[in-house]
Ligand binder design. Structure first.
Ligand code: ADP
Length: 392
């Protein structure tokens, strides 16, 4: 069985806690991405599952076996790394079968497994090629085939696509998903690329500073981020964040007013909150017709436009006087909006925009924890559904 459990796993180096009290339960057959910024502890976590690094504290289980003190070869895992280490003097067949030959499998069994694996990664007809006669993508497929022939309970992949060019990376993402579907084996996949994690995973484990922030399906991380870190990390471009205060009838910040009853969300006047809104949930007033729950209008000036083909990113200046952090387009008097490509927007244009209140997130500014996703109050849902029933 390929379920993987980390129980209170911590890894400390002299003055660095690389992984801090990590608890993870990965189900048999699941595809889980460990994602987070460089240095957050993803690889260390993976290495502890692999047996390449020993936890300072805590236990690692694969299936129902406690593998904490077992060497990698006894854990039923196979690894694929960013640096594709093929033997340059061996052809593809010998590279793929190397581990099996080392373990003295008989020739027939080796042939059967190599055929099966090379079929899955579409390397048929290339078994007698040498690595230097192959492209980067093909070499990575050899590395994956070498992992497949081991028939592991768990595949561990550490940024396997990082060295490939952008187009090939997108293609290989689909291949790895197809591979997972075919083999139905547990995959733990390390990446710093949130888009890779969003597109491939059953669940994403978001890690920051050695600590697990959230483990959930991609759309749950996107729509209901557990805290400010996850909200900012998942989604590109990132969420807009506006620091403000709770007042009796909602949220206020310089230039922003969003009305709701704070007591419904356990908030009270004077609470410091950060409002989060994704660029696609900000609308020019004239396009906001179908948005049922709108914030008050926000006056803004369009700064730069970025046409992407399928959408346009509009950088808005809401407060000309606010100090701007250029790394955070949606903060400090700025607001990033995404509109349809046929929208009528120009640079340096005065306009009014609204926020879709159903898509507003509120976070406790001090702790960063999410307080509320969507500012539609129960009574509003009630009245909407009562109306719908009345219409029938
Ligand atoms: P990621 O894979 O997310 O980039 P790592 O797991 O490689 O992060 O590293 C997490 C932290 O642990 C980093 O601060 C890194 O410098 C530190 N670290 C990793 N390996 C070692 C080591 N062998 N000795 C000392 N510090 C290490």
């Amino acid at each position: 069985m390929g379920n993987v459990t980390l129980e209170h796993v911590t890894k400390r180096y002299e003055d660095v806690t690389a992984v801090d009290d990590m608890n993870l339960e990965i189900r048999d057959g699941e595809f889980v991405c460990l994602v987070g910024p460089s240095g957050c502890g993803k690889s260390t976590t993976m290495e502890m599952v692999a047996g390449l690094t020993k936890p300072t504290e805590g236990q690692v289980y694969i299936g129902d076996r406690n593998v904490t003190n077992l060497p990698p070869k006894d854990r039923g895992i196979a690894m694929v790394f960013q640096n594709i280490a093929l033997f340059p003097h061996m052809d593809v067949y010998d590279n793929i079968s190397f581990g099996l030959r080392l373990r003295n499998y008989d020739k027939e069994e080796i042939d059967r497994r190599v055929d099966h694996a090379s079929d899955i990664v579409q390397l048929e007809g290339m078994l007698d090629r040498m690595p230097d006669e192959m492209s980067g993508g093909q070499r990575q497929r050899v590395a994956i085939a070498r992992a497949i022939v081991r028939q592991p309970d768990v595949f561990l992949m550490d940024e396997p696509l990082a060295n490939l060019d952008a187009k090939l990376r997108v293609h290989m993402r689909t291949e790895i998903q197809r591979l997972h579907k075919q083999l139905e084996t547990t995959v733990i996949y390390v990446t710093h690329d949130q888009a890779e994690a969003m597109t491939m995973s059953d669940r994403i484990a978001v890690i920051d500073s050695g600590e697990l922030q959230q483990i959930d399906p991609p759309l749950v991380c996107y729509n209901e981020p557990a805290n400010l870190f996850v909200a900012g990390f998942i989604g590109s471009p990132g969420m807009n964040f506006i620091d403000g205060d709770i007042v009796d009838d909602g949220f206020v910040a310089d230039k922003y007013e969003v009305e709701f009853d704070p007591s419904r969300f356990g908030l009270s006047s004077g609470d410091d909150v950060t409002l989060g809104i994704r660029p696609e949930d900000v609308y020019p007033v004239q396009n906001a017709g179908r948005i049922a729950n709108q914030s008050k209008e926000i006056r803004a000036r369009t700064d730069v436009l970025e046409p992407m083909g399928n959408e346009i990113f509009v950088y808005l200046v809401v407060d000309e006087d606010a100090e701007t952090d250029l790394d955070k387009p949606g903060s400090g008097g700025r607001l990033l909006m995404s509109v349809d490509p046929d929208s009528d927007v120009e640079e340096d244009q005065e306009m009014s925009v609204i926020l879709d209140r159903e898509r507003v997130h509120l976070f406790d500014t001090a702790t960063g924890e999410a307080v509320q996703h969507g500012l539609v109050e129960a009574s509003e849902f009630g009245s909407a559904s009562a109306q719908a029933e009345g219409d029938d």
